[in-house]
Structures are given as C-alpha cells and as structure tokens.
Design a protein around this ligand. Structure first.
Ligand SMILES: *[C@@H]1O[C@H](CO)[C@@H](O)[C@H](O)[C@H]1NC(C)=O
Length: 256
C-alpha cells in the first residue's frame, strides 16, 4: 500500500488533466487533434499487426494502409513535443498525453513491433519510463490494453509500455509473485461498465484503484450528462468519450 502522502499527491494531480478519454480516437473527424484542441489528453488507437505494419482500424476488414500508428499518432505526437508541428495545446511533461494502444492482434506477437515503433519517442526521452525501481514521468505515457500481455509489460526493461489492469481484481490478484499493482505497472485500471452492478460498486472500484495510486476508467458507458456527472462525483479519472465536445461541455458545467 502507498503511504498516504503519496496518495494525496497523486489525487491532487489526478485532476490537473481533464478527466476525459477519447475512446477509439482514430474515428474522430481529425484523429488526435480533435481531442488535443479540447485539451483532452488521453487518446486510444486500436492497432493491428499485419504485413509487418501497425495499422490503426476498428476491424481488420477496415484497415486503410495510409492509417498506421506512426502516421496517425506517433509522428505527429513527436512533432508536437519537439515543436516542428505547431499546436495550441502542448504535449509535455507538464501537460502529458496518455496514449492507449488497444492490441487487436495476438498480444505476444504484437508487443515487440509496438515497442519498436516507439523508438523515436523513446530516443527523444519523451516516454514515461520505469527503470531500476523509479517511475519517471514523460510527455507521453503509453498504456497497452486489449490483448496486451501483462508478462511482456513486466519483462520490458526499461519499461515504457504500461498495462490497463482490471479494476475489479486489484485487491484479489497480484500482477506477479512479490509484486503489487502500482502505476509503475498499471497507471490505469478499467472495466466494461456493463459488468458493474451499480453506483455503490462503481464508487468502491474507483476507491480501490485510488488506493493503489491508479486511475479509474469505465468503458461501454451510457453517453449522457447524468452518467458522466456520476462518474466524476465518484472520482472516476477518465470518462470514456466519443462525443468529445459534449463531454467537455459537461465537464465545464460540472465544475461551475
Ligand atoms: C486544432 O488547432 C490547430 C491550432 O493549434 C488548428 O490548426 C487545427 O485546425 C485544429 N484542428 C482541429 C481538428 O480542431
């Protein structure tokens, strides 16, 4: 368990970022930019390892060869961080981006290509990294979800691909022998909201995640203001959003 002071620091920084996650971000009118321009600093890409490339698409049948992890996300993100691509909203250690990579193809096979694709961001020192027991925040935190194998995340040294844990099992499972759940393994823990029995369980799951210093997210949530407000009131760190403008407006109203 984390000492309380660490938790307090975590909780106080948790809301420096708008608590909105761009679900299937590549389906927005302009991927990455629609979110970024609203200061939404968490985006998600579904990734397929096919023909030695990492394509971003919802299904394998929908693959468009021009849409790769690099072209849609990694190259523009690097350009924004390093200043070659102008952006009103920066991506920096002070205003970090969470990049969720949803592995659609086989996890162990897809892991190394994703790790390789991150090389320019890694070489620039822009990735959140865990090494020698120290978690160093970077401008970009990469979190693997979908088929991402926990074993590959744990084995990666230094680690710069993190894990999306199951928020229901943080107390009942351990990530490995002699390991506890922590942001150095899983900065994020999630579940399908359809598997949550109601408001009381949702609040308990959020508290459990925060006990470990981990941020909470629910997916497949009803898209309406009452639900978003209930998540924020419960302390949920990320609302899984498709209509980014509507959720941003709801967040502004929630804070009035
Ligand atoms: C985002 O903002 C930039 C200015 O930083 C602007 O050039 C661009 O058109 C905007 N894109 C979207 C999708 O809003």
């Amino acid at each position: 368990m984390l000492p309380l002071c660490v938790l307090a620091a975590f909780i106080s920084t948790a809301f420096a970022v708008k608590p909105i996650h761009s679900h299937n971000d590549y389906t927005r009118a302009v991927p990455l930019w629609t979110a970024l321009n609203l200061s939404i600093m968490s985006v998600e890409a579904d990734v397929w390892w096919k023909s030695s490339q990492l394509f971003v698409a919802h299904t394998s049948g929908a693959i468009d060869k021009s849409k790769t992890l690099d072209s849609l996300y990694l190259a523009p993100i690097l350009g924004i961080i390093e200043g070659s691509i102008p952006s009103a909203v920066p991506i920096s250690v002070q205003n970090p981006l969470q990049l969720l990579i949803d592995f659609k193809t086989d996890g162990p096979t897809t892991f190394q290509p994703v790790a390789n694709a991150l090389q320019s961001l890694r070489a620039g020192g822009h990735l959140t990294t865990y090494a020698n027991g120290v978690l160093t925040p970077g401008a970009v935190t990469v979190v693997g979800t979908g088929n991402t194998p926990l074993a590959s995340v744990l084995a990666q040294t230094p680690r710069d691909i993190f894990f999306d844990a199951d928020i229901r099992t943080l107390y009942s499972t351990k990530p490995g022998p002699a390991l506890e759940w922590a942001p150095a393994i899983a900065p994020l823990a999630s579940v399908d909201f359809g598997r949550v029995s109601g408001a009381a369980q949702m609040q308990e799951l959020v508290r459990n995640a925060h006990d470990f210093g981990i941020r909470a997210r629910f997916w497949d949530t009803p898209a309406n203001g009452a639900t978003w407000d209930a998540f924020w009131a419960a302390g949920s760190d990320w609302v899984n959003a498709d209509d980014l403008q509507a959720v941003s407006d709801a967040w502004a109203a929630f804070n009035e």
